[in-house]
Design a protein around this ligand. Structure first.
Ligand SMILES: CC(C)(COP(=O)(O)OP(=O)(O)OC[C@H]1O[C@@H](n2cnc3c(N)ncnc32)[C@H](O)[C@@H]1OP(=O)(O)O)[C@@H](O)C(=O)NCCC(=O)NCCS
Length: 146
């Protein structure tokens, strides 16, 4: 049976392996060792995993900034794709975001991964005319020690 759960420390290795498989070209700042401890400090209840027999087979991160919800780190193990696992994670995260009164959810797709757009369209997301911009801050997202 597949369950959608909030991330917990015991899932670290499973998420790390999933992300290495799904995001092989990831920037170092996105690796599990950096991104997960950071996420644990901000809305940790918006970091979901899909679990089958205690094995991580999917992940989805979200955040709500008070204006928009943002979704990232959407991944499902290659062996488990096209079985509705991404859909189940989206249903759960949208339920949690709606409970926070989040009015709209956004996500970004890198151009080289445009093949994934039809998946998001099936999940109700529309391609919107936007130019996406970003800036990496000098701290590089390093965790501050208290
Ligand atoms: C994108 C990804 C998370 C989808 O996960 P999944 O569990 O296979 O998706 P689901 O089975 O829940 O499918 C959701 C919907 O998309 C459709 N779909 C899934 N894969 C598809 C594909 N390759 N092409 C077209 N439609 C697809 C499904 O049919 C389903 O629609 P339906 O319920 O109306 O039939 C998975 O392919 C993945 O991990 N890809 C690599 C990582 C990645 O690119 N992540 C996105 C970063 S932006």
């Amino acid at each position: 049976m597949i369950t959608i759960a909030t991330y917990a420390d015991r899932y670290f290795g499973g998420v790390d392996g999933l992300w290495r498989e799904a995001f092989s070209d990831d920037a170092p700042r996105n690796t599990a060792a950096i991104a997960i401890p950071q996420k644990q400090q901000f809305q940790p209840e918006l970091f979901l995993v899909a679990i089958e027999e205690d094995e991580v087979i999917g992940s989805l991160m979200a955040g709500y900034d008070g204006h928009r919800g943002w979704i990232s780190r959407v991944a499902v193990r290659q062996t488990h794709r096209r079985r509705g696992i991404a859909r189940a994670m989206f249903e759960e995260i949208e339920r949690r975001l709606a409970a926070l009164d989040c009015p709209k959810v956004n996500l970004q797709v890198i151009t080289s991964n445009a093949a994934v757009v039809p998946v998001y369209e099936r999940l109700g997301y529309l391609v919107e005319p936007r130019i996406s911009m970003g800036k990496t801050l000098p701290s590089g997202g390093a965790l501050k020690t208290p």
